[in-house]
Design a protein around this ligand. Structure first.
Ligand code: PAF
Length: 287
């Protein structure tokens, strides 16, 4: 695995690989890798001749400076894991390399991300998706991947990136990969490493509540299903629901009735102490 630090080095690596007709898969990450990330890499390795992973904690997608400062970083271990997983090249630039004029969330260009970017994370983390679109579009432009791999834990992010690709006219296949969970159900996340042992012990309650609510939803309304999840989680000392929304899986518009869409997903964000955890569950899936 080769380590690339500059945009020029990536461009020249990509042009060499393209010259020999290789297909390219991109796995964008912010590092602090876990087996959820490695499952994306595994799929990318199976589907592409060359896999590029990026490791970059993108400052423009953080709307809270404390969150950015505490985001876990472990570059050496990340490189070891990526190399063992069969990644061909890792792009790990500095902030100055990506944002020579300093990070700013818009750089003059406002991405058209559609309604999917306005709700949920868009509402609670203003500017977050503009920052995600900024870095992901840049990564797409310099690595020119055939396919790019994203985890479904960030369900809304995938919908927003699909909108960005369309509005920017970028030709890449966005591959959504299933959520990886710990044995007790907690969705794997880099942020899990920030949990104390007491917090780690209560965090799986998030998935338990979501999972139990699928059965509950078969005989209850959308509103009642929403309320049962929120009430159950808010009753756990140390957990606080920021939002739980039951939405159309394609548009992310809230639904009032189960019959409204063949694809319905519940998306949740819960504070476990100061650590912000997200998860989601499908209530209805298209055939
Ligand atoms: O999902 C993430 O880790 C980040 O949002 C991404 C896609 C790597 C962009 O910084």
């Amino acid at each position: 695995m080769i380590i690339l630090r500059t945009v020029n080095d990536v461009r020249s690596y990509v042009s060499t690989q393209r010259g020999r007709g290789a297909s390219i898969g991109l796995v964008p990450t912010m590092g602090a890798l876990h087996s959820g990330h490695l499952s994306l890499v595994e799929k990318a390795v199976a589907e592409n001749a060359v896999v590029i992973a990026s490791v970059f904690v993108n400052p423009t997608q953080f709307n809270n400076p404390d969150d950015l400062a505490s985001y876990p970083r472990n570059e050496e271990e990340d490189f070891r894991l990526l190399s063992a997983a069969g990644v061909s090249a890792v792009f790990a630039p500095s902030v100055e390399e990506i944002y020579p004029g300093g990070p700013s969330s818009h750089c003059g260009h406002v991405f058209d991300l559609g309604m999917a970017a306005e709700v949920m994370e868009g509402k609670y983390r203003p500017g977050h998706f503009q920052g995600v679109a900024q870095i992901v579009s840049l990564l797409f432009r310099i690595t020119e991947p055939d396919r790019a791999y994203f985890g479904e834990k960030d369900f809304q992010q995938i919908a927003v990136i699909r909108n960005m690709v369309k509005s920017e006219g970028i030709n890449v296949d966005i591959v959504a990969c299933p959520i990886k969970r710990a044995d007790d159900g907690l969705a794997l996340s880099s942020r899990n490493s920030l949990l104390t042992s007491e917090q780690r012990a209560i965090a799986p309650e998030i998935y338990s509540a979501l999972n139990d609510s699928v059965e509950y939803s078969r005989s209850h309304s959308v509103r009642a299903t929403h309320d049962t999840v929120v009430e159950r989680l808010d009753a756990v000392p140390g957990l606080q629901v920021e939002y739980f929304e039951i939405v159309d899986g394609r548009t992310l518009a809230p639904v009032d009735e189960w019959e409204e869409s063949p694809w319905i997903v519940g998306c949740i964000t819960v504070y476990c102490g100061k650590v912000r955890l997200i998860d989601n569950i499908a209530y209805r899936l298209p055939n």
